[in-house]
Design a binder for this molecule. Structure first.
Ligand SMILES: [Zn+2]
Length: 259
């Protein structure tokens, strides 16, 4: 029997629109647009089922072996697409395209979860000062001193689930900034050791929450920690990435080698 298509509420539309960032995830065209002679924007998207609502014969053939979602009309199985991409997706259905769309949607869902979790995690004021210091470091390339510590710690800690490119970024930041951040944090510790401890615990606890939500993807975990730090403090994301890299190198934070 054919499954009835749900009609989605205004709030659900808000979610579906917002998660795309306002652009069709397949062709990047804006999905709200301004008609000539109109002061209000018009909706330029349709709600598309990722796993087809009522698969046609050819869709069913392509879907053999692919798990059927428990609720096909659930928000987790729908995504806003521009009408052109929606029609093409349904008419010219391919399993590869479903897998691609599923991956995009899973990215939206994990980002929404990270943001929601971020709102519940506070961060010590000390981090503002550290991020300001990082942003203000006078960068002298001749001062790079990779021999001061063992970069292989990063490899050990991030054995699984992180891409080589992401590991490389963390190592570069660690090499360039490790000593200066360590010294800066030591100075802060002399003033108020408890606060620095609390800060480390806060970062650790947000990391653990992200790791729980994205157990297979350490790239995401790293970036969510940096985004959280940047969003909480309104400081540049680059400074937050540098500091997150420091914690990867220095602390029990990101210590996932024992999994
Ligand atoms: Zn499109």
């Amino acid at each position: 029997m054919a499954i009835k298509r749900d009609s989605y509420s205004a709030d659900e539309h808000s979610i579906l629109y917002a998660e795309t960032g306002g652009c069709c995830p397949l062709c990047t065209m804006p999905i709200l647009f301004q008609k000539k002679d109109s002061r209000k924007p018009s909706k330029g998207y349709e709600v598309a089922h990722i796993y087809p609502l009522n698969p046609t014969q050819s869709q069913a053939t392509a879907l053999v072996g692919y798990p059927v979602p428990s609720d096909i009309n659930a928000l987790e199985n729908v995504i806003a697409l521009c009408p052109t991409c929606h029609t093409k997706y349904d008419k010219d259905f391919k399993l590869d395209e479903l897998i691609r769309l599923r991956k995009i949607k899973d990215g939206y869902l994990s980002e929404a979860r990270a943001k929601q979790t971020a709102s519940q995690h506070t961060i010590q004021e000390e981090v503002y000062e550290i991020l300001d210091a990082i942003a203000a470091f006078d960068f002298d390339e001749t001062a790079l001193s990779p021999t001061n510590f063992n970069v292989s710690t990063v490899d050990k800690k991030l054995k699984t689930g992180m891409s080589p490119l992401q590991k490389h970024e963390i190592k570069i930041y660690a090499i360039s900034f490790y000593v200066r951040i360590r010294d800066h944090i030591r100075t802060l510790e002399q003033q108020d050791q408890a606060s620095v401890r609390i800060l480390q615990n806060q970062i650790n606890s947000y990391y653990l929450a992200m790791n729980k939500q994205n157990p297979e993807n350490k790239d995401l975990v790293f970036n969510y920690v940096a985004q959280w730090m940047s969003a909480k403090t309104n400081k540049p994301i680059l400074a937050a990435k540098v500091l997150t890299s420091f914690f990867v190198q220095n602390c029990e934070v990101f210590d996932v080698g024992t999994e």
